[in-house]
Design a protein around this ligand. Structure first.
Ligand code: G3P
Ligand code: MG
Length: 245
């Protein structure tokens, strides 16, 4: 039996509000989610911003590359109207604003470090570290994840007390040695590529196992038996109905 407590709101409750915005995060808190996942990359002037794609084209009224726009340029964009009129003028949040929000609401935050080709990984990690220190957030309230193992290794050096989760679409054969080196807390994989045998191996080594992004609970009915701990989903509310099943 599973509930919304076994979910993480992917980019906030991105099925009901524009992804990676404070509105989507507020919905997660209202619905009783305990976790939010966000995507973080740098503006051209080095500010960690919460946005998924390497361009602003899909989720704002602007166009261009995130890494080529300043904080001030990014803040002028409307990141809500594309999703619905009631979200007009919703801005792209900074990581710092998001950390303030989670501190107020006591929800946990999975910070996915997004690394696109040409991105400066060292600078991303340095700026994220600085913002986290400025925010004063408790290390236990956050979790880093990334497809980029080197980004996680850097965070291990600068902020070892913050947990690390390795993102893989498909968990590789040498997963355990990579996880050991990272002193990782969790593995986050694409649910479509997970097998019971791989899940069992990850759990034998006591890592948390999360799957992204199953948006219909029926798709992953069996996965709980395999040992999966949490689903990273756009529709955490859909998992609430299973509570009384
Ligand atoms: O963190 C899980 C998931 O967000 C990874 O893929 O592309 O949705 O950021 P993506
Ligand atoms: Mg993500």
């Amino acid at each position: 039996m599973h509930s919304i407590l076994n979910t993480m709101a992917h980019r906030g409750v991105s099925s009901q509000a524009p992804e990676n915005t404070l509105s989507a995060f507020a919905l997660a808190a209202e619905k009783g989610c305990q976790w939010i996942e966000i995507d973080v990359q740098l503006s051209s002037d080095g500010v960690p911003m919460v946005i998924h794609d390497d361009t602003v084209n899909r989720c704002t009224n602007g166009c261009g590359k995130v890494r080529e726009m300043t904080l001030s340029q990014l803040k002028k964009l409307d990141a809500g109207l594309w999703f619905g009129k009631q979200y007009q003028d919703e801005p792209i949040p900074t990581l710092l604003e998001t950390l303030d929000f989670v501190q107020q609401t006591n929800i946990n935050l999975n910070i996915e470090l997004k690394v696109y080709p040409q991105d400066d990984v060292a600078l991303l990690c340095k700026m994220v570290d600085e913002v986290i220190k400025v925010s004063g957030i408790a290390p236990t309230q956050i979790l880093f994840s990334s497809f980029h193992t080197q980004a996680l290794a850097r965070m291990q050096k600068v902020l070892p007390e913050v947990r690390r989760g390795q993102l893989w679409q498909k968990i590789p054969k040498d997963a355990i040695s990579i996880l050991r080196d990272l002193q990782a807390y969790s593995v986050h994989c694409d649910y479509r590529f997970l097998t019971p045998a791989t899940a069992q191996q990850i759990k034998e080594f006591n890592y948390q196992l999360y799957c992204y992004t199953p948006n219909f609970p029926e798709l992953v009915d069996d996965y709980w038996r395999w040992g999966v701990d949490m689903m990273i989903t756009d529709v955490p509310q859909a998992y609430a109905v299973l509570e009384n099943a």
